[in-house]
Design a protein around this ligand. Structure first.
Ligand SMILES: [Zn+2]
Ligand SMILES: [Zn+2]
Length: 58
């Protein structure tokens, strides 16, 4: 799996590849490495912030 992200080390758009994971994440590993310079980044499925619903008596 590859994806294109801005690499801050290359200061440009780069392809990022999933390196072999040493942490046992397998395909779910959030770590990607720049194909050019190897800088590792973590792609987060940003956890959605809980939406606080305030019920208000009208
Ligand atoms: Zn991993
Ligand atoms: Zn790079």
């Amino acid at each position: 799996m590859t994806l294109t992200r801005h690499c801050s080390a290359c200061d440009d758009e780069r392809a990022f590849e999933q390196p072999p994971c040493a942490d046992g994440h397998d395909a779910d590993c959030p770590e990607f490495a720049c194909a050019e310079c190897g800088m590792a980044i973590v792609i987060g499925d940003a956890p959605e912030l809980p939406v606080i619903v305030r019920s208000r008596a009208a």
